[in-house]
Ligand binder design. Structure first.
Ligand code: NCD
Length: 350
């Protein structure tokens, strides 16, 4: 077997040893003294009672609850990065709550072409009467930045910032696991592997934080050396890292796959753009780190597979596994609406 650090993907990544700045918490107040959620920027520091409340509300949503709690309120989706599931789920659930929804993306915002800052964008959207802003941005900690400039009373919800945090995805994933295993008590003893491009993944960071908060002890990371953060021990405290997937997956109950985030590789130089369609890269990654039916079979029929999407099929995972009976991927998508309904109503309903 070719050593992981010798494959071409890894060689090219030598040029991209960065993306680790800004992973520190910016000390923002997400929850007030009565336990009410004011904003949601990160999982870090979230009281377990708030998570439980959100899960309860999400469960009620799945049982058919649709309360028009945000009637007459304006929710603006400010998405500087592309999104299918997150944006759509926020849009749908905000409308189900009765809110008016406006959706901005990089095409129709002045940020890209006219260089308007994120701060000014937030101030302007707030001036138009938004009660809530869902923000997706390429910069780490951009939600905390938005919270700092937003007038009091406006709720900021992180829809994914840089490589730093994606709290509603983590809530969706943990909720899906609780649902699958029949409650959080049955989740704590499970062994979880987070597999793939950990370096660039806000999903990995938020999922790790939330699983720990819920009491899951046995979490390991699996990925190519150059796609693991250099300060891993500090960022993912108490976890083990494997560069050999077959070794890392031993005894695992939950496999959380991560997308290889090609678009984040070339940020600094814009020179070494890796082509996702390059078969050699895809094949090498797949051979070394892809979840195949054979690998899943080793774990047994009880093991489950998650992926936040979008999936690079044939790379991180085979069609057979992604579409198979042990995949919870579409269940994650469906639950994503329930979680966004819960988060929006918790923060914005009076
Ligand atoms: C993730 C994201 O954007 O961070 N997707 C999502 O929100 N469902 C993961 C990814 O893009 O790889």
């Amino acid at each position: 077997m070719v050593a992981p650090d010798r494959i071409r993907l890894i060689d090219q990544l030598t040029f991209f040893g960065r993306m680790t700045a800004g992973h520190k918490n910016m000390n923002i107040k997400q929850v007030d003294d009565n336990g009410k959620l004011l904003h949601l920027a990160t999982i870090t520091g979230l009281p377990p009672a708030v998570v439980q409340r959100l899960f309860n509300r999400a469960t009620q949503y799945l049982q058919g609850e649709r309360q028009r709690l945000l009637l007459g309120r304006l929710v603006v989706l400010v998405f500087y990065e592309s999104s299918t599931r997150t944006r759509c789920a926020f849009d749908i659930s905000a409308k189900q709550l009765g809110a008016d929804v406006v959706s901005l993306d990089q095409i129709n915002m002045a940020g890209d072409t006219k260089k308007e800052s994120l701060e000014d964008t937030i101030r302007n959207v707030a001036a138009m009467g938004a009660s809530g802003i869902v923000l997706r941005h390429g910069q780490n900690n951009s939600s905390a930045m938005a919270i700092r400039v937003a007038p009091e009373g406006i709720g900021i919800i992180n829809g994914g910032d840089g490589c730093y945090a994606h709290p509603t995805q983590a809530l969706t994933d943990a909720f899906t696991l609780c649902q699958h295993f029949g409650g959080g008590d049955n989740l704590v003893n499970k062994k979880v592997a987070i597999v793939g491009d950990v370096l660039h993944s806000r999903v990995a960071r938020s999922n790790f934080a939330l699983l720990r908060l819920l009491g899951v002890e046995d979490i390991c990371l699996i990925g190519p050396p150059k796609l693991c953060p250099p300060n891993l021990a500090e960022e993912f405290k108490g976890t083990r890292i494997y560069h050999d997937i077959d070794e890392g997956l031993r005894g695992v109950d939950v496999v959380m796959l991560l997308r290889v985030q090609f678009e984040r590789f070339d940020k600094a130089t814009e020179t070494y753009l890796i082509d996702i369609n390059d078969l050699e890269i895809a094949d090498n990654y797949h051979r070394l780190y892809g979840l195949t039916a054979a690998r899943l079979q080793q774990l047994g029929e009880h093991a489950v597979v998650l992926h936040p999407g979008p999936i690079n099929r044939g790379m991180e995972v085979t069609d057979e596994v992604a579409d198979g009976g042990q995949s919870l991927i579409l269940q994650q998508v469906a639950n994503g609406m329930a979680i966004r309904y819960a988060v929006l109503s918790d923060i914005l309903a009076s």
